[in-house]
Design a protein around this ligand. Structure first.
Ligand code: FAD
Length: 466
């Protein structure tokens, strides 16, 4: 299939099997999965070829040993610049404490631009076409509501791309979903800015190796429920950044970061080589991310761990799961919501339920007295915090419970709220394990989930955000 035949304004037959919008992690994994199966895939990317893959990120790749195999691991591994990180250092200045918390599983700090280029190459080598400088501006639907393609501006020229399926991998601020009439499906439209975080990062070079090149360093921001991070790409190249939930008062991000950098002797005379900022969804995943002829993946569907902000692994798996389901839909000549639904199930089963449970802690943090909460966290055992942070639940024995109780004198009210919140999070996780297998059973599941969320808001005292 030639690129020209796919870009006419009057095509009557879908010339592309799949149009993927966005050459990020999600889009590249979806495109590679579908192209590997021999289907015609085009990836539309608004950036130039040289800028594509340059994405704001903390560069910490969790689950670095087990990405989907649509793009071979050997293809991306050369972008891993530090595979020696095994723990998080949580600096809690008001308690004069540093918590050392193990990070389960494999983690690599990466050169994000190199990784971005390599996954684009992976999609291309699988057989996908890449169209750069192509900004998608609209989504086409037929009279039944099925999505049939997109409209774009390519280097100033209008283009229409017809397709059997459109994949929205256009990131956290994707405009595609604003253009679609979802009235014929259960696609999640309950999305609001307050469910997102704003984040900014710099790449900083220091003269002397840092002592903590085996750790991800975190520190709470002074004025709101956000955190600063220092992630060592190498012992002399550090990704430094910060983020905060958008429901907070706006923060002068760069100023806060600069102030903290000035206070750290190891950054004296450091050189900043790159600066980028962006939004990321710190919310539960979309309840459903499928509509006839349309699938949303990665940040565009809220596939980010809402407590850590990690989204690359979720994006890669969403791309692969969506790709596999789209292949099935194309082969059965049925791109209905029912056929695409299995993608939702796989996402919820793998990480969606866990992220929804972790979002409960996010909600608690937003409603809490932060000094009280950080002091309490400082009194908790690091390995149990690690379990809670990554799995969404932690099993704590009686001895540890008693020790924590003694250490956390003065914060028992908060401890009780935390305990009750943990119960709510576990109830929610259990409910996501029963995510429905068909769209017909979805409304009843969603109604029960909303009841569980009401209990979360009651327990935490938070303003409802969904
Ligand atoms: C500051 C910051 C730090 C982060 N740190 C980490 C971290 O350390 N570890 C981690 O795992 N995750 C981190 N994340 C989250 C992670 O970067 C995202 O979850 C991940 O990049 C999502 O991948 P994606 O493919 O869904 O979207 P993206 O990577 O955002 O890709 C979307 C692509 O779509 C293109 N696009 C958008 N709109 C259009 C359009 N209309 N037409 C054509 N193309 C379009 C964009 O140019 C982009 O190339 C961080 C995010 C931020 C903002």
């Amino acid at each position: 299939m030639s690129a020209q035949s796919g870009t006419t304004d009057t095509a009557t037959k879908p010339p592309w099997d799949v149009v993927v919008v966005g050459a990020g992690t999600a889009g590249c994994y979806a495109a590679a999965t579908i192209a590997n199966a021999g289907y015609d895939v085009v990836v539309l990317e608004r950036k130039t070829e040289s800028e594509a893959g340059h994405i704001a990120c903390g560069d910490a790749l969790k689950g670095a040993d087990g990405f989907p195999d649509a793009i071979p691991m050997e293809q991306i591994e050369p972008a891993f610049t530090n595979t020696g990180v095994d723990h998080g250092r949580f600096e809690i200045p008001q308690e004069d404490t540093v918590l050392e918390i193990p990070i389960p599983g494999e983690l690599a700090v990466i050169d994000r631009l190199e990784y971005g280029k390599r996954i684009i190459d992976g999609a291309r080598e699988a057989g996908a076409e890449l169209h750069y400088e192509t900004v998608v501006t609209d989504v086409c639907q037929d009279e039944t509501g099925r999505v049939t393609g997109v409209k774009a501006i390519q280097r100033g020229e209008p283009r229409t791309y017809d397709a059997t399926v459109v994949v929205d991998g256009a990131g956290s601020l994707s405009v595609l979903q604003d253009m679609v009439d979802f009235s014929g499906s259960t696609f999640d439209t309950n999305v609001d800015y307050s469910q997102f975080s704003s984040a900014y990062r710099e790449i900083v070079h220091v003269d002397e190796p840092v002592e903590w090149d085996d750790a991800l360093v975190f520190k709470p921001t002074e004025r709101s429920a956000g955190y600063l991070w220092y992630f060592p790409r190498t012992e002399t190249e550090i990704n430094v950044g910060l983020g905060f939930q958008m429901s907070e008062e706006p923060m002068k991000l760069v100023e806060d970061l600069k102030r903290d950098l000035r206070a750290r002797p190891e950054f004296t005379g450091a050189e900043v080589t790159d600066k980028l900022g962006a939004a990321l969804p710190t919310k539960r995943p979309h309840d459903s991310a499928v509509h006839p002829g349309f699938v949303a993946i990665g940040d565009a569907a809220g596939h980010v761990n809402p407590t850590t902000g990690g989204g690359m692994a979720g994006a890669a798996y969403a791309g692969a799961y969506a790709g596999e389901q789209i292949i099935e839909a194309i082969e059965s000549e049925d791109v209905s919501e029912e056929t695409l639904w299995r993608y939702n199930e796989r996402v919820m089963d793998h990480y969606g339920g866990r992220f929804a449970a972790l979002d409960v802690y996010n909600i608690l943090v937003m409603a809490s007295d932060l000094d009280d909460l950080t002091s309490l966290i400082a009194a908790m055992p690091g390995d149990k915090l690690s379990e809670a942070l990554y799995s969404g639940k932690a099993s704590v024995g009686w001895k540890v419970k008693l020790e924590t109780l003694l250490k956390s004198r003065g914060h028992w009210g908060t401890l009780w709220t935390l305990y009750q919140t943990k119960q709510r999070a576990e109830e929610l996780l259990a409910h996501y394990e029963a995510y429905p297998s068909t769209p017909e059973r979805f409304p009843a599941w969603q109604q029960r989930r909303d009841e569980l969320m009401d209990a979360v808001y009651e327990t935490t005292g938070a303003e409802p955000k969904y």
